[in-house]
Structure formats: C-alpha cells, structure tokens
Design a protein around this ligand. Structure first.
Ligand SMILES: Nc1ncnc2c1ncn2[C@@H]1O[C@H](COP(=O)(O)OP(=O)(O)OP(=O)(O)O)[C@@H](O)[C@H]1O
Ligand SMILES: [Mg+2]
Length: 277
C-alpha cells in the first residue's frame, strides 16, 4: 500500500512541484498517472524512490514513512521497486543477459540464482534468443523489454514506469503495456506515468491526473480526456471506496535504474529485511 498524506514538495529553486497531495494506492493496483509536462508526475516518482524527500507531509509504503527513512535503509526499499524509463537506460557495454543479471548481482544474488532466473525472465519478455545481443543490436521495443526484465527480475512489490512507451510505436507500446499488465496480474503494484492517450483510453485502468502539483482527477477505469466516469475527487486520505486513490511516475539521473546501493548498510541489516513479504 502506498499513501501520500498532504505531501508538498518545494525544490530549492522555490518551485512548488506538489501541493498537499493526498492519495492512496492499494497493493496490487495498476494506476496511470497523467498530467501535463511539469505537473509533478516525476516528482511523485522521485518521492517514492527516496531520490528526494517531501518538504512536508508523509509518503508511506506499507505504513513505513519513507520520507523519513534512514539513508542506510534506502537500498532495502529500492530493491523492492523496479523502474522503467522512457529511454530504457541499459548498460551499452553489457549483453542483454548481463544487463538483467546485473540487477540481481547488485543485491547480492548468488550466481546460481542468476543463471536460473535471468533466462526465465527473458522468456517472459520474449527475448530468450537475444540473451547474448548487445543493446545497440536491439530495436527500441526489444530494449524496453530488457528494461522490464531487469525491473521485474528481483520480484519487486512495486514497478514504477515513467513514460515507458514514449519512444515506441503503437504496436510496441501495446505489447510493453501488456507485459506490465501481466506483471501486475502476478500481484506487483504498477504505476505508469504517461502521455499516451490511446493506451490510457484502451486499458481502462485507474487514472490519476495531476495538474499544477495537485490531484485534479482520480477515476477507476479511466480515460485520458474529458468524459471519463468521475469518482471521488482526492482531497484527503481515501476511505477505501472505489475510485479515489492515486499514484506517481518517474525519472532519475543517468544510470538511474541502479540506485546507489550502499553495501555497508546492506551488511548492517539482517538478510531478508526489505524483501517482499
Ligand atoms: N530538481 C529540480 N529542481 C527544481 N525544479 C524542479 C526539479 N525537478 C522538477 N522541477 C520542477 O517541478 C515541476 C514538476 O516537475 P516534474 O518533473 O515532476 O514534472 P512532470 O509532470 O514529470 O513533467 P514531464 O511530463 O515533462 O516529465 C516543474 O515545474 C519542474 O520544472
Ligand atoms: Mg516527468
């Protein structure tokens, strides 16, 4: 469960990117975050990955206040979160297999587990036969599949995708979204930021719209444009009825998929902490 409680985020420049945003996303939901450029979608995502901390309010994941998380615990949170970006962010010098394997290696997975799991995940995304290819030998759609394989390989509780279809044609976009839906069906919460109206309209999932740092619309089975069925407007913490929660989207610096993992703190915690319950 993800909850934003009256979260405001003002950057050092003085820009108020989020203004007392409150919403809730239940575990296992699939949610689109939409909104104009600069509305605050990526800021929501960065709060969820602890890249930034809120100026005020609380960001909770499973009742844990990640806005106040200790720095050394951040890697434990992040290993439970898979990220997918518009520009794929694969490592150019590694093969497809190695790109996916790397996500396991940085959290200390055994070689045996890597050898077993990476081919399975590559099969799921339809790229088993491309395991030895380099990223520049793949189409955009294939590269994004590798990115999804990498995001899912550690079985995260949450996948955050920021404009995952932004560089893809409609056919590839559909298949990438179908993959995200499949991952969602296995119980992973999926949050997708997008401008892709065709996909949002077609998929009939919950849509949260951000405007000027505020949630202005939150609908189940939503559509991008006007005419969508309106449910409860979000101006407080949800009471659990359908249609009133929301979620964020994403961006990061280069290499962003590889959150800075602090080995020292990994060692400081018992194994298993931060893993999916
Ligand atoms: N690091 C930063 N420092 C200062 N201002 C920032 C920073 N990051 C974002 N902003 C500002 O915060 C506001 C929200 O930005 P954000 O990146 O969250 O928007 P977005 O909805 O993701 O936009 P887009 O659709 O273009 O990706 C914008 O006005 C942006 O200029
Ligand atoms: Mg953005």
């Amino acid at each position: 469960m993800i909850e934003f409680r009256e979260v405001s985020m003002t950057y050092a420049s003085g820009i108020e990117a989020l203004k007392e945003v409150s919403f809730r996303i239940e575990s296992g939901e699939f949610v689109f975050i939409i909104g104009r450029s600069g509305s605050g979608k990526s800021t929501l995502i960065k709060l969820l990955t602890c890249e930034i901390a809120p100026s005020s309010g609380r960001v909770l994941i499973d009742d844990y206040d990640i806005g106040r998380i200790r720095r050394r615990h951040v890697p434990y949170l992040r290993r439970n979160v898979g990220m997918v970006f518009q520009d794929f962010r694969l490592i150019a010098t590694k093969t497809v297999f190695e790109n996916v394997a790397f996500a396991m290696e940085i959290i200390g997975a055994s070689r045996k587990l890597v050898r077993r799991r990476v081919p399975i995940v590559l099969s799921i995304v339809g790229l088993r036969d491309k395991a030895d290819s380099m990223p520049n030998q793949l189409s955009g759609g294939e590269q994004q599949r590798v990115a999804i394989a990498r995001a899912m390989v550690n079985n995260p509780m949450l996948i955050l995708a920021d404009e995952p279809t932004g560089n893809l044609d409609p056919l590839n976009s559909e298949s990438i979204m179908a993959l995200l839906e499949e991952i969602n069906r296995s119980g992973t919460t999926v949050i997708v930021c997008t401008h892709d109206t065709a996909i949002v309209d077609k998929m009939k999932r919950r849509v949260v719209e951000i405007e000027d740092g505020q949630v202005v619309r939150d609908v189940q089975a939503g559509e991008y444009g006007p005419g969508a069925r309106r449910c409860t407007w979000t101006d407080g913490v949800s009471d659990g009825e359908a249609g009133e929660f929301t979620a964020g989207a994403s961006e990061n610096g280069t290499d962003a998929f590889f959150f800075p993992v602090d080995d020292a703190c990994d060692a400081a915690l018992p194994s298993g902490e931060g893993e999916r319950p």
